[in-house]
Structure formats: C-alpha cells, structure tokens
Design a protein around this ligand. Sequence first.
Ligand SMILES: [Fe+2]
Ligand SMILES: [Fe+2]
Length: 296
Amino acid sequence: MLAISDLHVGYARNRALVEQFPAGARGDWLIVAGDVGERFADIEWALGLLAGRYERVVWVPGNHELWSHRTDPLTARGEERYQLLVRMCRRLGVVTPEDPYPTWAGPAGPVTVAPLFIGYDYSFLPEGATTKEEGLAEAVRTGIVCTDERHLYPDPYPSREDWCWARVALTESRLAAELDPARPTVLVNHYPLIREPTRILRYPQFAQWCGTVKTADWHTRFNVAAVVYGHLHIPRVTWHDGVRFEEVSIGYPREWERRRARFGSTRQPGLPWRVWPALTPATTSMPPGAPVGLRG
Ligand SMILES: [Fe+2]
Ligand SMILES: [Fe+2]
C-alpha cells in the first residue's frame, strides 16, 4: 500500500509530476492524504488519473480542497463543498471518509484503512498563549496567518472549530463501532492527529492550523499500525508511543525539487511510497528538507 499527499496540482510542475506517477503493481492501493488541489476540476482530474493506475484509491480532504476560491467556478462552501467532493469520488470509485472502512489483504496480512476528515480547532496554541484569541493574536502580530482564514468556510457550522468538533464526535464513535480490535488499522488524515510532528515547524504559530488536541490518544486506542498524514510539507517518519507516523507530502515545486536534488534516488521525493508493509525506519526516514509553506 502506497501513500502520497499535498499534490497541489494547481502548479503546472506538480501536475506534470502526477502525470508521470508510475502505475501501481497488481493489488496496490494508493492513499491520498489531502491537498490534491483547490479547484474542483483539478481535484477530479488528479483523482481520476490515479484511480486508473491503482486497484483502489483512498482519499481524505485537505484544507485546500475545502477552499472556496474565487478562481473556482464551483462556489459551494463548507460542508456542501465537502459533500460534492465525496459525490465526485464515488463517481470515480475513490474511497472517502464517508464510506465503510475498507480492508486491504496484502502480503503482511489484512489491514483496515480508515480515512478520516478531522480538521483543526486552534488548540495547538503557541507558547505563552492560553486561548485561541491569544494564539491568533500572536499569529497576526508575527504575520504567520494561514490562508484558510480567507478561503475555508465552515458553513453551516458557525466556525471551523465547530466543524472540527462535530467531525471528531462522529469519527470517534465510528472508529469504536466499526474497527475490528484484532486487526491492525492505518489511520489517514490530512493533519497529524498529535501535536509532536508540528514541533519542527519553522513558524511554531502555524501549528494552530495543523490539528486538534482532541485526537491526541487515537493512535493508542484503535490497534493502529500507522498514521498517514500530510499538510506540513515535511516528508518523514516519526514514532510516537511505538506507532509509526508517516508524513507523505509532495508540497510545492520548490520544496520537492530541492529535496530531489539533495537526496537523489534513495527515496525519491515527489513519488508515492510504501507505507504498508512498513519499509525499515532506516530507509524511510527522511530529514526535513524545507520549512513548511504558509498555506499548508
Ligand atoms: Fe494542507
Ligand atoms: Fe499542502
């Protein structure tokens, strides 16, 4: 099973990169952990292309898919936009967080893949801040404000954090009810579910747009074999409480091109890589190549 995220196909160079993805081997699934693009037609193009190259594609939304950007003819906002993305995925045969969790029968035994749509609620506060208001004030003061504030609408929820909390409640009960505790699970979300991976950010105040403290123990509660996420644009493997966390993003052209130049062919940045069965940590670890982009 392979994974990739943050394709950002609005960039011509990323679009060309995705066009050149090798087809999966027989039986390969591809996890796409969000930020495929911003415009609905771009997202549909990329997921359609990938659905033709892998036995199954599993997608979760990133913040960019949820933008209602002025350049997108589709003007739907928030939950309505998300549901239109889900409907488009169903047309393409792509699995979404709204579908039953599928089980992949690979050579290392069956593993359930749980695609999640959990956003952020500004609870990864910057140092010294005790409330969301204080955290955001610090972000404004230092000029590190996520572009979501302009383009990501939570309609019909009153705020992005209300939308996030509704998803947390819904998802937590689904995981408890639907997962087989005897079978390993791969959790997939655009954000890392725990705060630790965000500690590496060049601008720590950006962590406010990277997750929620409400999912801090999920990787220890559901027989989780791995957590696959993106958004940070810092592809690497870290371990938390004995669980492997894989950041699988491509990022913007300047980011993956710089990594390619630096790391050569050992683990090609900008291509899907295997998350199950696990590669050994020694070959999967990749030092951070670049600071996170401000738009995640
Ligand atoms: Fe993102
Ligand atoms: Fe991204």
